[in-house]
Structure formats: C-alpha cells, structure tokens
Design a protein around this ligand. Structure first.
Ligand SMILES: [Zn+2]
Ligand SMILES: [Zn+2]
Length: 301
C-alpha cells in the first residue's frame, strides 16, 4: 500500500512532490485546479515535464487527482452539467499527461430530486468525459450520504458504474470516513471484510482503485462528512488499523485528507502513524486467524 496525503500544488506542480516528500508520502493527491473555481489551471508541457521529473527522482510512486467539489455530474441544470463535463474531462486529460493513477470524483448529487434519474444523468456525463479523454482511470468515491449525494452504498456505486457504461477505466475510491458515516461498520477486520465481500459480489474487486484514510468526527450512519485526524475520531486507532490492513487493498494508493493540527492537512507524523497502524492491523489479523485455527483444531479433538 502506498500511504500518503492530499497536498497542494501551489507554486507549481513540482511543489506538490516536495510537500509529499516532506510528509513522508509514497502517494500524493492534488486538485488540478482551484477547488472553488470553475476556471481550469492551464499546464504547459514544461510544467508537466518538471512534475514527471520530480516524481521520477522521488520516493513517491503515485499521484491521484481529486476533481473539484463544484462538479455535479448529476445536476438537472444543463449549465452546471456542461461545466461539470468540461471540468471532469480536463481533469482526466491532465491526469493522463502527468501519469496519474486516477481521477477521484464525487459522483454527484440528486439534491432533492429522484435518485434513479440523477444516477442516469451522472452516468451520461461520466460516459462523455471518458469518451473525450484517454487512458487515465476514473475512481468514483463513495460518499457519506449527506443530502442527495450519490454513492452512499455499494449498491448505488454499482448503479453508477452501470449507468456510466461499465468502462474498464472506472474504479472505486473508498473513503473510510464516508464508509463509516454511511453506515458500514468498518472498525473491525470482520466488519471491513463484510464490506469487501459486498463489493466483490456487487461490483468486483478489480474495480478497487484508490483509498482515502480519514477518521470520522461523527457516528456510524450519521450521514455527515466530517473528517477527523487518524485515530482521533470514531474509528479510532483500531478502526483505522482494520481499514488499512485489508488484504484486498494491497498495492493501492491511500491518501489522508485529514484536518491536521493546524487545519493545513496531514503532517509527516500523521502519515507515519498511518503506516504504523497498517502494521498493527496486519498483526491483529494474523493473531485472529491463528486463534480461529486453534479453536478449529480444539473442537475437532
Ligand atoms: Zn475522500
Ligand atoms: Zn469527506
């Protein structure tokens, strides 16, 4: 697993690599433009080349792009949908240029409208964006389920993938805080494994694309999207350890989007804590497996 953090590319794309290195990241995530504006940031070939060079000579192995929050691919307002399509297509193109392992997208919101129709609209927008771009994967992120946000359940994510045409470029980005807030009790290896089993049966594990590790300020099933620092929220250290040590997550990028002590995002200490918790989780799992085996042997006697 490549553990890292969301970092800012302010001052130029290579700065994101620098910030990632300062935090001990193996993976980074960036916005490809200002998250509060529709206007796209233009990148010159030199910018892209400088970024690729910085990545190549660093210990960071993966970069994710997070599409900006303004997007609503499911909007029933044609103007918003056109803007969302243009922005998503641009993110995918930038992703392809910089060698990103995926563009992470919040699938959209039905607002107060019909969910099925919103999923169909989101699917149409995503289909078009994929058709107008090449290569770069698109990771649909599960949501906390606040308001009319789409992607609150494995079932809804499956519906979104189907509505988007099921292209093999479509994957999932699983956010631990959002899973928990939308009602998946992932605080134990057993709970996490049940979630994985549901994804395997309804979507397929080949769609697992990337991960967000965030603790949650709010309770199980609260449908509220409030990130807490790793180990400091309702998931706690054990919950984060259970998520991080999920065997099916091996090899994926996992970035922190936590507030951090100064609300400037994850620090090097927090990234290191996540790395340690992953090891702790793996040990927890081995121990549980051994205990189970021992119980099975005793009962056979
Ligand atoms: Zn997230
Ligand atoms: Zn969130």
């Amino acid at each position: 697993m490549l553990i890292g953090a969301h970092v800012s590319p302010a001052g130029g794309l290579p700065k994101a690599v620098e910030r990632g290195l300062e935090r001990g990241c193996r993976a980074i995530q960036i916005f490809n433009q200002s998250p509060r504006m529709w206007k796209a940031t233009p990148y010159r070939d030199e910018d892209v080349a400088a970024f690729r060079e910085a990545m190549d000579s660093s210990a960071i192995d993966a970069v994710l792009i997070h599409a900006v929050y303004l997007l609503n691919c499911a909007s029933d307002d044609p103007d918003i949908r056109a803007k969302s399509l243009a922005s998503l297509t641009n993110s995918l193109r930038v992703g392809q240029a910089i060698g990103s392992s995926g563009v992470v997208l919040h699938p959209g919101s039905a607002k107060t409208g019909h969910v099925g129709e919103a999923i169909a609209r989101a699917g149409e927008t995503i289909r078009e964006a994929l058709a107008d771009s090449e290569g770069c994967p698109l990771h649909l992120e599960n949501t906390a389920g606040a308001g009319g946000t789409l992607g609150r359940s494995v079932e809804e994510l499956a519906g979104l993938i189907e509505a988007s045409g099921g292209d093999e470029r479509i994957g999932l980005c699983l956010d631990s805080c959002h899973l928990f807030a939308s009602g998946y009790d992932i605080r134990t290896p057993a709970g996490m494994d049940a979630t994985i089993a549901e994804i395997a049966s309804k979507i397929g594990l080949e769609r697992l694309g990337s991960l967000h590790l965030n603790d949650s300020q709010t309770a199980l099933g609260s449908n509220r999207d409030r990130h807490a620092d790793v180990g400091e929220g309702e998931l706690g250290e054990d919950g984060c350890a259970a998520f991080l040590s999920t065997p099916e997550f091996e090899g994926l990028s996992c970035v922190l989007e936590t507030p951090g002590p100064d609300r400037k995002g994850a620090t090097a200490e927090e990234v290191a804590r996540a790395v340690a918790l992953r090891e702790r989780g793996a040990k927890m799992r081995t121990k549980a497996k051994k205990a189970k085996k021992a119980r099975a042997t005793t009962s056979r006697r």
